[in-house]
Design a protein. Structure first.
Length: 250
């Protein structure tokens, strides 16, 4: 059985200040077993052989773990499935499809080149408060800090966030609240995260706004696009922590 024929319209942009445009590429005999990134690899090998600059895109683990990949595929963050771009397979498309491939669109994620965006704004939010301070040295005995099972489960679920940025890309306001909500919930549900809990949420929200992310207006596109199924209620948790921290700050 022969593979699919596809028309790709891919965003090409030579650099941060260059104007970009969608460029059309025809792909033939694409196997449904290829991942989306492997399909782009094949296209890039062809472009290199033709002496054309390959398409720049990010990836690292290609196992849905690192959060490096992320493309807007025909208007959907990470494409039509609830997964990361690297875990999306061509069987999700049909012979004859036209697929538009663009970078994340958000002021806080400026385009570096083609499909690569600068997501260091997320790193700066983490640096501002997304951590706990603990003494290094011998590991404490595991049972010396009991954590109720529901709290541990909720912290673990929130810790699944891989920082891919799909929530921002999917949000009409380009808000980073789901990402921050995941971090605040992850760290705020365990005893080790309590000492810095009020300062954490205040610093992270300040940094979020400084980076140019938008506010949350409860649209919910973020949770729908999240490949790790971070639930919308982490934003409620964030807002609760924020109100409490602001009240105590006075
Ligand atoms: S909350 Fe989900 S979509 Fe947003 S950065 Fe984390 S894993 Fe990605
Ligand atoms: S390349 Fe690591 S999550 Fe996709």
């Amino acid at each position: 059985m022969s593979g699919m024929n596809l028309t790709l319209k891919i965003w090409r942009q030579a650099g941060p200040d260059a104007s970009g445009e969608l460029v059309t590429y025809q792909m033939t005999d694409v196997s449904e077993d290829m991942s989306f990134l492997e399909m782009l690899d094949v296209l890039n090998e062809r472009l290199a052989a033709e002496g054309t600059e390959p398409i720049a895109f990010d990836s690292d683990c290609r196992e849905g773990i690192c959060g490096m990949c992320g493309l807007m595929i025909s208007g959907d963050a990470h494409g039509p499935e609830r997964t990361t771009t690297c875990q999306l397979h061509m069987r999700s498309f049909n012979d004859g499809d036209t697929i538009t491939v663009e970078p994340w669109r958000a002021d806080a994620f400026p385009v570096v080149r083609d499909l690569v965006v600068d997501r260091t704004a997320f790193d700066r939010i983490i640096q501002s408060g997304g951590f706990i301070s603990v003494n290094t040295g011998a590991a404490p005995e595991a049972h010396s800090v009991p954590v109720p099972k529901p709290d541990a489960d909720r912290a673990f679920d929130a810790a699944k966030c891989i920082g891919c940025g799909a929530c921002v890309a999917a949000c009409p306001n380009a808000s980073g609240m789901l990402f921050m909500g995941a971090k605040v919930t992850h760290l705020g549900e365990v005893p080790q995260g309590q000492p810095e809990r009020p300062a954490r949420v205040l610093a992270m929200v300040d940094q979020h706004d400084l980076e140019g992310f938008g506010g949350c207006t409860n649209i919910g596109e973020c949770a729908g696009a999240c490949p790790k199924e971070i639930p919308l209620d982490v934003i409620s948790q964030l807002n609760k922590d924020l109100r409490s921290a602001a009240f105590h700050r006075g």
